[in-house]
Design a protein around this ligand. Structure first.
Ligand SMILES: *[C@@H]1O[C@H](CO)[C@@H](O)[C@H](O)[C@H]1NC(C)=O
Ligand SMILES: *[C@@H]1O[C@H](CO)[C@@H](O)[C@H](O)[C@H]1NC(C)=O
Ligand SMILES: *[C@@H]1O[C@H](CO)[C@@H](O)[C@H](O)[C@H]1NC(C)=O
Ligand SMILES: *[C@@H]1O[C@H](CO)[C@@H](O)[C@H](O)[C@H]1NC(C)=O
Ligand SMILES: *[C@@H]1O[C@H](CO)[C@@H](O)[C@H](O)[C@H]1NC(C)=O
Ligand SMILES: *[C@@H]1O[C@H](CO)[C@@H](O)[C@H](O)[C@H]1NC(C)=O
Ligand SMILES: *[C@@H]1O[C@H](CO)[C@@H](O)[C@H](O)[C@H]1NC(C)=O
Length: 630
């Protein structure tokens, strides 16, 4: 009895415990880790972190990876994207709760290729170009990954790798880690439409690179990579460290690891300034975060250590006194500032006015304004086109068509639409691309098209009549394809159409009157090379019904000509009779009235003339008739 009661109690408490665990789990930040190219899920030591097998990608191949020294934990496979698979390839990870995320990608080399094959490529997140790989990245610990902070607003995250023609982009791992909604909020101009890229994250006073300790991430941000440095300038500064507890470290919104404040670099009399220099991309804004904790046993009171911070010569913080500002020693102090950098070097100087300068950590983020996206209806229409035209793999067409602006899809022209505040498609240039399939009527959803060139492909089927609703269309070149059927009447509605090339197809039927017959200035329409097409000058005449009409016309014309000839002949005959009669009369008069000759000279002249004519029997009636009639 007692045993079963205990069992029941145990069971109930287990259920409760499970429920509690679930509820707790629901509070946890969302995290997905992908081991690219992996055929099976992977767990890595020491914390048994789960990496899902590869999913969500648009192309590419998998292979073994050759890792750079900094990559912890080691993953064995990667996915790479040969150029033949298209210039842009993406991971599209769906079912992500909307929110703020740290997205990190690690890169590695294909194991069986030379180092000279180190690929250099561009990376975009949610359509915004966030990073261009630097040459020789595989020799630099903190260049073998990139990390950005980005907001997800449509429950889906896209990461794209854009080829720059230097090797095949390859990716080792992708981590999507939820962070605090306010993480790295740098003040007034911070918003959901900026992306922060981690340009540098230093832990000072320790030579070892470190991840945050909380590698499993049961609160957000348990996964930052800190590059360890023990000196800024060859030994003239000092590393110090402590094991003491640090207050105020792991607090919202950034939850810094306490360990960050356990070591620091301090300047010396020899070189009072601490100087840190890094290369940056020019003409960008950077968000700088400085970490301090007074861990130096020599400094216990306010005003023992006071220093300024200068960035590229400008003072950004004046009279920092850590103990005064943090309240006491062994307490974290985090300061942030946004700076615009015009050149390629970012120089941070900590300049003491009292005692020596100290620093525990530095973070530098590039502030990247999020790029506008393409109107979603237009993106889905292009995807329909891609499928129905059998677009070859090498063209890519993954991710967003218009952004990043450095890498639009090939064959697609984009235009900013102020009405929707989005990019729209105003041109399609897919001439000579080996397209097959058919042109879907959905093409008319690309309402902003001004130009379509699909010349020189093998597209079959009808020209969709919906094309006639793309009201701004100026150029439509469908020449040299296998379009059949008739030309839709709707094309006649296109008021702006200047170039219409339908030559070299299998079109048949009558060219719509409002195309063929329209008086067009500077417009060029070409319908030649379609055996079945008819109805405008230069083409054959149209089908059976209309050809009967033509025959009637011709018959009427011939009849008129024949009747006119008859009339002429009749006239000629009549005139001839008159003349003959006149000749007879004249002959008889010549005999009787010789005197009358001179008086009737004109008559006689005419008579002679006529005699000559009449005697010349070889002349034709038509040639003779004008003379007769005059
Ligand atoms: C990767 O390495 C394993 C051995 O570690 C080998 O069996 C496999 O064939 C390799 N795969 C590729 C794609 O090279
Ligand atoms: C390096 O690449 C070249 C050309 O792809 C190849 O012929 C050579 O064998 C490679 N060397 C090594 C060590 O893999
Ligand atoms: C960063 O600094 C700004 C002022 O420049 C301040 O408003 C903001 O709260 C700081 N952010 C954090 C997370 O401390
Ligand atoms: C930098 O910030 C300033 C002020 O917010 C802004 O006007 C400028 O456009 C930004 N520059 C870049 C490259 O984002
Ligand atoms: C369409 O492309 C073809 C082939 O590249 C080119 O010859 C033709 O001029 C283009 N048509 C227009 C209207 O530009
Ligand atoms: C046009 O071509 C398609 C596919 O080749 C064919 O199915 C269809 O019957 C053709 N239509 C006409 C009117 O010839
Ligand atoms: C129309 O196309 C044919 C070839 O199909 C070409 O020979 C001709 O020059 C073109 N006419 C014009 C006006 O472009």
């Amino acid at each position: 009895m007692a045993g079963s009661a205990i069992a029941r109690l145990l069971f109930v408490s287990c259920v409760l415990a499970l429920a509690c665990l679930r509820a707790f789990a629901a509070q946890e930040p969302f995290a997905v880790r992908i081991s690219c190219g992996a055929r099976e899920d992977v767990r890595t030591k020491p914390t048994n972190v789960l990496w899902y097998r590869d999913f969500g990608y648009t192309g590419g191949r998998y292979t073994n990876a050759s890792l750079t020294s900094s990559i912890v934990p080691p993953l064995k496979t990667l996915r790479y994207f040969p150029l033949s698979d298209g210039p842009e390839n993406c991971y599209i990870i769906n079912r992500i709760p909307n929110g703020h995320y740290a997205v990190r990608m690690f890169f590695a080399l294909v194991a069986d290729s030379n180092l000279s094959n180190e690929p250099v490529f561009d990376i975009s997140v949610e359509g915004t170009q966030v990073y261009s790989m630097k040459p020789r990245w595989s020799n630099n610990d903190d260049q073998s990954f990139t990390e950005v902070l980005v907001f997800v607003t449509d429950k889906s995250l896209s990461l794209c790798f854009h080829s720059t023609g230097h090797g095949d982009p390859s990716v080792l791992s992708i981590e999507i880690l939820q962070v605090d909604a306010n993480a790295y909020n740098y003040g007034l101009s911070w918003s959901k439409v900026v992306v922060l890229r981690t340009a540098k994250r230093l832990t000072c006073g320790t030579g070892k690179p470190a991840f945050d300790e909380d590698y499993n991430g049961n609160h957000w941000g348990g996964d930052r990579f800190w590059l360890g440095i023990s000196t800024f300038s060859q030994g003239s500064d000092q590393s110090i460290s402590t094991e003491n507890r640090i207050a105020e470290a792991s607090i919202a919104p950034n939850f810094y690891p306490e360990k960050l404040y356990h070591s620091a670099i301090v300047s010396t009399d020899q070189q009072p300034d601490l100087i840190f220099e890094m290369e940056v991309d020019p003409s960008k804004n950077y968000s700088l975060w400085f970490h301090f904790a007074e861990i130096d046993p020599r400094v216990t009171n306010e005003e023992q250590r006071v220093f300024d911070i200068l960035v590229n010569g400008d003072v950004i913080f004046e009279k920092i006194d850590i103990i005064r500002m943090a309240g006491e020693g062994h307490t974290a102090l985090v300061l942030n500032r946004t700076v615009a950098v015009s050149g390629r070097i970012l120089t941070i100087i900590l300049h003491p006015t009292e005692g020596h300068a100290i620093i525990n950590g530095i973070e530098v983020f590039e502030i990247i304004p999020a790029e506008l996206r393409t109107l979603p209806e237009e993106v889905s229409t292009l995807q329909i086109l891609k499928a129905s035209l059998g677009l070859p793999l090498r063209l890519g067409w993954n991710g967003d068509p218009c952004v990043p602006q450095q890498h639009p899809w090939s064959g697609v022209d984009c235009q900013y639409d102020s009405k929707s505040v989005k990019w729209v498609i105003d041109g399609l240039g897919l001439d000579n691309q080996g397209l097959k399939g058919f042109l879907p009527s959905d093409i008319s959803n690309l309402k902003h098209l001004q130009s379509i060139n699909l010349s020189g492909n093998s597209i079959q089927g009808n020209i969709p009549s919906s094309v006639g609703t793309i009201s701004g269309l100026q150029t439509l070149d469908l020449s040299y394809n296998e379009f059949n059927g008739s030309i839709p009447e709707s094309l006649g509605q296109l008021k702006s159409l200047q170039i219409l090339n339908l030559n070299g197809n299998l079109l048949s039927g009558r060219v719509p009157a409002n195309l063929g017959g329209r008086p067009l200035h500077r417009a060029s329409f070409n319908f030649t090379g379609n055996a079945g097409l008819c109805g405008i000058p230069g083409l054959r005449s149209c089908g059976p019904h209309l050809s009967l009409g033509d025959e009637v016309g011709i018959a009427l014309g011939s009849l008129t000509a024949f009747l006119m000839l008859l009339v002429c002949l009749a006239c000629w005959w009549k005139r001839r009779q008159n003349i003959l009669r006149a000749q007879k009369i004249a002959a008889s008069r010549e005999a009787s009235y010789a005197k009358a000759r001179t008086n009737n000279a004109r008559d006689v002249q005419m008579t002679r003339h006529q005699q000559h004519r009449v005697h010349d029997q070889t002349r034709t009636a038509t040639e003779a008739s004008p003379a007769l009639l005059t």
